[in-house]
Design a protein around this ligand. Structure first.
Ligand SMILES: [Zn+2]
Ligand SMILES: [Zn+2]
Length: 337
């Protein structure tokens, strides 16, 4: 995948001004999950949550000047430059005291965070920006193939700051650097640069399946991608059950082979994958596959599948993900290609 030149901006990467309460820059709430902090008064939680979130009463109990420091940080998603919180009933002395009391942490010179802010958000702030790209996708619960490390959005003029253990991947583009977690659509567009075509496809389907991207987001994402990835989106679906299913569908589509998922087969029940309408593909993720009763059940299913006119191929997760040429050769031979 050819990376997008770092100087080339696109509209999705434009930072929206107005603080962490602006749409998309919610501070990382997904329904009841709060990625940054657990603020019981957060309007995002109030709107999304079907049940009350776990309430952290820390702020409510801390009154006086330290309470004001914490509230000012909370209003900015849990982490902010000192210059943004000073002057609203917050003095330098109050900030220093809250830090001394362990209520807030000094992320780096002039940047402070609430003690309970997500470690990824604090590390990204130490680096100089917001959690971005695959790291943001992982925080949002999107399926990513491997440990993403820390990817940080630095805006167009932001610079990376040295910090302990830094192995961050920088992302630049139009807009002013901020702290927090970038919106999911921005993260997907950024991830198109850092992930393989397959891994991006799986992440995109996972975000769709989780309901994190709507029709408008998908149109915007598509317009921001290079044309070869736009073609991949043509076969994307919003009902993929797993990253494995996404990988299989894309790899088989490249060979012109249709993959049906969750197919009811008489006498067998629901099967995960059917290839070209006639071969059941089983991908085994079970640990103890060889127990006697499981073995018998498998044989019964095999016999029922054969009786229903299906052939069967069986692999495990590692074979499909890491030894695809062998799996593909087996599938092509069975299909008579
Ligand atoms: Zn990245
Ligand atoms: Zn770093």
């Amino acid at each position: 995948m050819s990376p997008r030149p770092s100087h080339q901006p696109h509209p999705l990467l434009r930072f929206r001004r107005g603080g962490p309460r602006r749409p998309g820059w919610s501070g990382g709430h997904v329904g009841r999950r709060c990625l940054l902090h657990r603020n019981p008064r957060c309007p995002d939680i109030a709107r999304d949550a079907p049940a009350p979130p776990r309430i952290d009463r820390g702020v409510a109990r801390v009154g006086g000047v330290s309470g004001r420091v914490m509230e000012a940080l909370e209003a900015r998603g849990g982490v902010a430059p000192a210059r943004e919180i000073l002057g609203q009933g917050v003095t330098r002395a109050a900030l220093a005291r809250a830090a001394r009391d362990g209520l807030v942490v000094r992320v780096r010179h002039g940047v402070y965070a609430l003690g309970r802010t997500s470690p990824a958000v604090v590390a990204a702030a130490a680096h100089g920006g917001a959690v971005a790209c695959v790291t943001a996708l992982a925080l949002w619960g999107v399926w990513v193939l491997a440990d993403p490390g820390l990817h940080v959005w630095l805006g167009d003029k932001g610079r990376a700051h040295a910090h302990p253990g830094c192995r961050c991947t920088d992302h630049h583009g139009a807009g002013r650097a901020a702290f927090g977690v970038v919106p999911i659509a921005d993260a997907l567009v950024q991830a198109a640069r850092c992930l393989s075509r397959e891994a991006f496809f799986a992440a995109y389907e996972s975000a769709w399946r989780l309901g994190l991207i709507g029709a408008a987001d998908r149109i915007t994402i598509r317009s921001a991608l290079p044309s070869r990835l736009r073609r991949v989106l043509d076969i994307a679906r919003g009902d993929a059950e797993s990253g494995l299913e996404s990988l299989l569908r894309l790899r088989l589509a490249d060979r012109g082979i249709r993959l049906d998922c969750q197919v009811p087969v008489i006498g067998v029940g629901g099967v995960d994958f059917v290839l070209a309408g006639r071969i059941i593909l089983e991908v085994d993720g079970r640990e103890n596959h060889d127990g006697p009763s499981m073995r018998h059940k498998d044989l019964v299913r095999d016999a029922a599948a054969a009786a229903a006119g299906y052939e069967k191929l069986r692999f495990d997760y590692a074979l499909v993900v890491y030894s695809w040429p062998l799996v593909e050769a087996a599938i092509l031979r069975r299909l008579g290609r």
